[in-house]
Design a binder for this molecule. Structure first.
Ligand code: SF4
Length: 233
């Protein structure tokens, strides 16, 4: 696993659970609104940390934390993700995976091996505008497949969309939820313009960017300040 950070405690990344958050290095998308720019390249030697150190921390937290959130970057790009999930579960933690949904085959295998307790998938935009919000050409068939795999999985799941007023079209407010099967959970989460990948988004007035009145923002994406080198743990 190429790991880039550890947030030691979170009450908002795993719904209803006290969790640690592990960040993987590398992502195949370049969402213009992403504020985890340092996690996107496949290597970033300056912030890599070893699985050994992560597990040393987790062993100390058994019985205190309930879950571990694996996020990124895009965790499904990591070839040994299954082994990592298995090892986390063997310590007694629940595993939540955050994904951009680009690798449905990986999701399917993790679910078949019963290695996940919760999945959250980003829905970037309506399918015809997906490449705009993902920042790269996207295999739409893979996104549709991931939605199907997740919605049929017998574990809790959440679909979420970071709403960027400057990039989304107003009609996507209802078209995006309409893309999902019935009985699935979807939320819009606010965009934080401070560290957006696309420089002109950084200057967006925040309440406009969130599409909400100030003070009503509740969701969050992990921000670089949350990514602590594990040797500070
Ligand atoms: S928002 Fe997520 S999927 Fe998009 S570039 Fe950032 S880490 Fe990758």
């Amino acid at each position: 696993m190429r790991l880039a950070g550890l947030q030691r405690f979170s009450l908002c990344d795993y719904p209803g659970k006290m969790a640690a958050v592990v960040f993987t290095q590398g992502c195949n998308f370049r969402c213009p609104f992403c504020h985890n720019g340092s996690l996107l390249s496949s290597r970033n030697p300056g912030q890599e940390i070893s699985a050994k150190k992560i597990f040393s921390f987790l062993r100390e937290r058994t019985g205190m934390l309930e879950g571990v959130v694996i996020t990124g970057g895009e965790p499904t790009l990591q070839p040994d993700l299954a082994d990592f999930c298995r090892a986390v579960r063997e310590l007694g933690f629940l595993v939540k995976l955050d994904t951009n949904g680009s690798r449905p085959g990986v999701l399917k295998r993790l679910l078949a091996d019963n290695l996940l307790d919760f999945i959250a998938m980003d829905i970037k935009a309506t399918l015809e505008r997906y490449h705009i919000l993902a920042g790269v050409p996207v295999d739409i068939a893979a996104i549709i497949k991931s939605i199907t795999v997740i919605s049929r999985a017998n574990i809790p799941a959440l679909f979420r969309t970071t709403w960027v007023a400057g990039l989304h079209r107003q009609e996507e407010r209802y078209l995006i939820p309409a893309m999902l099967p019935e009985n699935t959970r979807h939320v819009f989460q606010p965009f934080k313009p401070e560290h957006a990948l696309q420089p002109d988004l950084c200057g967006m007035e925040q309440s406009r960017a969130a599409g909400q009145a100030p003070g009503r923002r509740s969701g969050r994406l992990p921000s670089p300040v949350d990514v602590s080198p594990v040797d500070q743990v």
